[in-house]
Design a protein around this ligand. Structure first.
Ligand SMILES: [Zn+2]
Length: 221
């Protein structure tokens, strides 16, 4: 069954929500432009809602294991198997929520350099940051809603989300560490330093990495 009208609407709504918060980073992105310019009834070329059986079959064809966030949705970020020139998102309509759509769209919008960098740093970083950016849109912060949204490796994903939140909170108060010693904070420059939140978005959507972000990630094991 192709996407229903309501499912297409859910995708457009998610793109709007993401544009409101991350517009500076994602407007002009080929995936976003593709979704926005897509004729009605063709959106499944970008975000494809599937029943449970076909969804799991697609996962297997993509060499993925149905686990963690991938029970509800999955993203082929390079579009290697189908679209070729843009990401493709699959959503398991039997279990997905609006949060699932946001989460998977974020994966689709993430920069490939980010993806490779994140995995080279910490195994939890990509999922933690993706869920952190999702939560900034949904404003759902409680762990119970996270449990509802996840299965399988949810304990690991919850831990990574918590690490991510802690990391973002430390943004402004982060001590400068050199040679293993904490240095006194330098006097505030005239222009306030970019917050870690912006550094995260620069890295996630644009593949640009600040020393600030590198330092923050290094604080966590
Ligand atoms: Zn994910």
């Amino acid at each position: 069954m192709p996407n229903t009208r309501e499912e297409d609407q859910l995708v457009k709504q998610a793109i709007n929500q993401l544009s409101n918060l991350y517009g500076d980073y994602i407007l002009g992105n080929p995936f976003v432009m593709g979704v926005l310019g897509c004729p009605s009834g063709s959106l499944f070329n970008y975000v494809h809602f599937l029943d449970d059986g076909p969804f799991r079959k697609t996962l297997l064809l993509s060499g993925k294991i149905p686990d963690g966030c991938q029970v509800r949705g999955s993203t082929d970020r390079q579009g290697t198997r189908f679209a070729k020139d843009h990401s493709v998102v699959w959503i398991n309509r039997s279990v997905a929520t609006a949060g699932t759509v946001l989460h998977e769209l974020l994966h689709a919008l993430s920069d490939n350099t980010w993806y490779l960098w994140a995995y080279s740093k910490k195994p939890w970083l990509n999922e933690g940051v993706t869920e952190y950016l999702t939560r900034r849109v949904t404003k759902k912060a409680d762990d119970d809603s996270f449990r509802e949204d996840r299965s399988g490796t949810y304990e690991d994903e919850l831990a990574s989300l918590k690490q991510m939140r802690t990391m973002a909170k430390q943004a402004s108060s982060m001590p400068v560490v050199r040679n293993g010693r904490r240095q006194p904070q330098p006097p505030q420059p005239e222009q306030a330093p970019k917050s870690l939140r912006e550094d995260i978005c620069d890295a996630y959507f644009r593949g640009k990495f600040s020393q600030n972000l590198n330092d923050a990630v290094a604080l966590f094991g």
